[in-house]
Design a protein around this ligand. Structure first.
Ligand code: ASP
Ligand code: MG
Length: 451
């Protein structure tokens, strides 16, 4: 239709939860002639149902869950003017869900889980094509797996960026010139042709990867909040919306638990300098947050984020004293067990670290396997503390400004701080507190630093 750069519009689960939400989202797409590529999550609740189906349920539970899924999708189908053809397609996909869930009841596997959960995005994207067509738009369904080549790390697959760019230019770009293309977030395919997923919440990442591949001029992330806030408004109702924020600050926020963007989303945007807009599909007129290379007047204190359910591992060994290679040995061991270390502090004979457990569909609850603990125990004393919360202050020039520690820690006089990381990044200061203290700490700090 046009040679001008496109906008990628991504809609999250609540923005495609039902027919009314889908129609609001369609209106947003149609209001912007540059929005030629639509990336969708599964309808709200669907991915969780599919994940539970992958966990090997008994027959009765499987039937119940599949009927719940059918009800969510039929509520949308029933609102369409010509529901017959699409109902058949949804039925076919649910039949495939049922078969895969039956297999999972026999033997679970991460590959099977990904094959199963991919059905949520396949269904929502089919439905959305019809919603757009009813609005008179020329719209086309596209199987994102044809371009989204990934590694075979099921549950948390890594995109192969070069191949995605090549395929997107030959297969996806021509389609966006002819029609509004509707595709799936979150899912991909490995070199052997098996379906993969990019990790929970990965649809944002898909949108950014496709935006990068197609040289988009903007990626719009439509969700259920009108932008990025100084902290989670459910904890602090007076939290303020941030109108413009830099890639650096927003990446820190996503990494440290602000739920607005999938942590990897900004990587492609940074590589290609593509601004990312975050807004609410319920209130598009309310505006949102623009994430871009440089924010206007970056403040010293930008936002507070919290990440819950953190595990602290403390390792203590006299062998560490003046030793060479102790840390290298421990990190190599953790790497062999596929553990991503998040924060680290060390003293002469002790090492404290937290583990990164950010969402994957592959069961990650027991990162600390007995085998890992046994191996660690041969090298040092191991202490594990669970149910901690990581609080992060995001800002600018933090480690180069004086008075930051005083401003943060003096209001928290009575809280038990378990670990502090400060100085590695100019953009954050983070610390662990007991999980049940987290909300109180956020409220206190927001009052002192942001109000
Ligand atoms: N539907 C997937 C999830 O719930 C991906 C996404 O929504 O971004 O994690
Ligand atoms: Mg989502």
């Amino acid at each position: 239709m046009t040679d001008s750069p496109i906008v990628v519009a991504k809609f999250g689960g609540t923005s495609v939860a039902d027919a009314a939400a889908m129609r609001r989202s369609a209106d947003i797409v149609l209001a912007d002639p540059q929005a030629r590529l639509v990336v969708l999550s599964a309808s709200a609740g669907v991915t969780n149902l599919l994940v539970s189906l992958s966990e090997g349920l008994g027959h009765g539970d499987r039937v119940d869950k599949i009927e719940t899924l059918r009800a969510i999708q039929y509520r949308i189908v029933d609102q369409l003017k010509q529901p017959e053809a699409i109902r058949q397609q949804i039925d076919n996909l649910l039949e495939s869900v049922s078969q895969l869930a039956g297999q999972a009841a026999g033997q679970r596997s991460p590959a099977l889980t990904d094959a199963l959960v991919s059905h949520g995005e396949l269904m929502s994207s089919l439905l959305f094509v019809d919603i757009l067509r009813e609005r008179g738009a020329h719209s086309q369904w596209f199987d994102v797996r044809d371009v989204m080549l990934t590694s075979d790390d099921f549950g948390q697959a890594q995109p192969v960026v070069d191949a995605i760019a090549r395929r997107a230019v030959t297969q996806l770009q021509p389609a966006t010139a002819r029609a509004i293309v509707v595709t799936q977030g979150f899912i991909g395919r490995d070199a052997a042709g098996r379906t993969t997923t990019l990790g929970r919440g990965g649809s944002d990442y898909t949108a950014a990867l496709l935006g990068e591949a197609l040289g988009a001029c903007r990626v719009d992330i439509w969700t259920d909040v009108a932008g990025i806030y100084t902290t989670d408004p459910r904890i602090v109702p007076s939290a303020r919306r941030i109108d413009s924020i830099s890639f650096d600050e927003a990446s820190e926020m996503a990494t440290f638990g602000a739920k607005v963007l999938h942590p990897a989303t900004l990587l492609p945007a940074v590589r290609k300098d593509i601004p990312v807009f975050v807004g609410s599909s319920k209130q598009p007129a309310a505006g949102g947050t623009l994430v871009c290379r440089q924010a206007t007047n970056p403040p010293r204190y930008r936002a507070l984020a919290v990440r819950r359910k953190q595990t602290l591992l403390r390792l203590h060994s006299l062998d560490m004293l003046h030793a060479c290679g102790f840390l290298a040995d421990i990190f190599a061991l953790l790497a062999r067990h596929n553990i991503t270390v998040d924060l680290v502090t060390t003293s002469e004979v002790s090492l404290a670290l937290t583990l990164d457990t950010t969402g994957s569909t592959a069961g990650q609850d027991n990162l600390l396997s007995p085998a890992l603990l046994a191996e660690l125990n041969t090298r040092c004393n191991v202490e594990v503390e669970q149910e901690l919360a990581l609080i992060t202050l995001i800002g600018n020039r933090l480690s180069r400004s004086s008075g930051v520690c005083d401003a943060v820690f003096s209001p928290l006089g009575n809280d038990n701080i378990r670990l502090i990381c400060y100085g590695a990044s100019d953009h954050n200061l983070c610390f662990l507190v007991p999980g049940d203290a987290a909300d109180g700490v956020i409220k206190t700090l927001h009052r002192h630093l942001f109000e």
